[in-house]
Design a protein around this ligand. Structure first.
Ligand code: AMP
Length: 214
């Protein structure tokens, strides 16, 4: 089982790439943004607390994000709670027969503290991170994509002003996380300035190399 973390600023296409990779390699895709949006939609206590923070484009507290991620990772091996019928994702990750080839984590860690937490969570599950992929896109291109996305996405945190704030946060808080992984030799950076299939090819190459397929 291979465990991959994917990074990229808003507009880099990290969610799209994570989804494509999950399909191609049969990986479980865990997106903390999706987990949070699901909580918001279901109006759980966590969702209600997270909603305004997400709409501003700020980072939700670890007291909310970490339990969600921990639950998502753990469900692979144990299923302590009754199935939540309203939660399609809950059903998906508990598919009894299905054992994915690996997992791709998108949206976490966003701070060095979260990187340390992830290491702790993985150690507890007797697993480790095998590869960290960072999609890099020049700021000009991100801004161009933001204009496009803001017009069509329908996400409350996809207004131009909020996305710019999210890019700034990425630069300030998430870039140090990349340095953290660079030191441990896990980091691969990929040019994401071209079309989705181009970026996808580059990431697949990095994964195949790490899996010993090339
Ligand atoms: P994303 O879908 O990854 O762009 O995340 C959407 C929003 O969810 C972010 O702007 C944050 O408000 C929140 N979020 C997602 N992941 C995290 C995280 N690891 N830590 C804190 N907030 C997060």
């Amino acid at each position: 089982m291979i465990n991959i973390v994917i990074f990229g600023p808003p507009g880099a296409g990290k969610g799209t790439q994570a989804q494509l990779l999950a399909e191609k390699y049969d990986f479980l895709h865990i997106s903390t943004g999706d987990l949070l949006r699901q909580e918001v939609k279901l109006e759980t206590s966590m969702g209600l607390r997270a909603k305004a923070i997400m709409n501003r484009g700020d980072l939700v507290g670890d007291d909310i994000v970490v339990p969600l991620l921990s639950r998502a990772l753990q469900y692979r091996t144990t299923h302590p709670d009754p199935l939540n019928e309203q939660d399609p994702w809950d059903k998906e990750i508990r598919g009894e027969q299905h054992r994915p080839e690996g997992c791709i984590i998108d949206g976490f860690p966003r701070t060095v503290q979260q990187a340390q937490t992830l290491e702790f969570l993985f150690t507890r599950l007797k697993r480790r991170i095998d590869l960290v992929v960072a999609i890099e896109v020049p700021r000009d291109e991100l801004v161009r994509r933001i204009h496009e996305r803001a017009a069509i996405s329908g996400r409350a945190d996809d207004t131009e002003e909020v996305i710019r704030h999210r890019i700034d946060l990425y630069d300030q808080q998430t870039q140090p996380v990349l340095d953290y992984y660079r030191v441990s030799g896990l980091l691969v950076t990929v040019d994401g300035s071209e079309e989705i299939p181009d970026t996808n090819r580059r990431i697949c190459k990095a994964i195949d190399l790490r899996m010993g397929r090339l």
